[in-house]
Ligand binder design. Sequence first.
Ligand SMILES: [Zn+2]
Length: 149
Amino acid sequence: MRTQRQVVDYSLQKRAVLRELLAGRVGTYDVCDASPYLKNAARFHGEPTERRCPICRSENLTLVHYIYGDELKQSAGQARTLVELPVLAMTLREFQVFVVEVCLGCDWNHLVEQYLLGRDGLTGDGDSAHEQDVAAAEGVGRRRREAQR
Ligand SMILES: [Zn+2]
């Protein structure tokens, strides 16, 4: 995605969890604990993949994209389909996306990556311009919060 930035990849952590599991230091109950909310999000907003679940190896993994950010207001913390993200990215300045993989067979779930999306990523040319935008946005946010008091 064009405005994607500050990507954090959690595949090392995932491999560490799988190693612990293989070594018997954690049980499958500890890692296969997807909540009903997460599973519903996977069913209704999830992105199917061709990758097999590393635990049960019988189901393919589903990716769930959770969005967070002040601009989202009551939508913050909700799951969105992958096709909805570019639309949001053109509408909002900045929001955080958390990608979680889920197995609907055995309830395995793990954070895959996180990144930022939003129009602020389009001002690619100077970091200083971006910082000014962020500072301005924070100023607006502060004034708004003060006005609410
Ligand atoms: Zn599984």
